[in-house]
Write a protein of this length. Structure first.
Length: 96
């Protein structure tokens, strides 16, 4: 399996670079979860990082690679399939 040294930004892993295994497409996973054990023996805390482009070249605007940024909410967005419809809101309710 191939791996790529990928930098982390934000959160407790800020500034660290870890070797991340690449998938069949040659990209690291979209979300990277790091379980951190609790000191008192309780359930572990999960740090969640999202893959984002690390930058673009100046001339041709080609992507240079990937990096992971910290997601403070700790939750992945819900999967949305193109063929699913959104739930309609009842009449009279305002959406924020």
């Amino acid at each position: 399996m191939r791996s790529e040294r990928t930098p982390f930004e934000g959160g407790p892993m800020d500034g660290r670079v870890l070797p991340i295994l690449l998938g069949p497409t040659g990209h690291p996973p979209k979300w990277y979860e790091i379980p951190v054990p609790a000191a008192d023996g309780g359930p572990p805390t999960v740090l969640l990082y999202e893959r984002v482009p690390s930058g673009y070249s100046k001339r041709l605007h080609l992507q240079k690679g990937w990096k992971y940024t910290y997601n403070a909410s700790g939750r992945k967005p819900k999967l949305r399939w193109p063929w699913t419809k959104t739930k309609p809101t009842p009449q009279g309710e305002d959406t924020p």
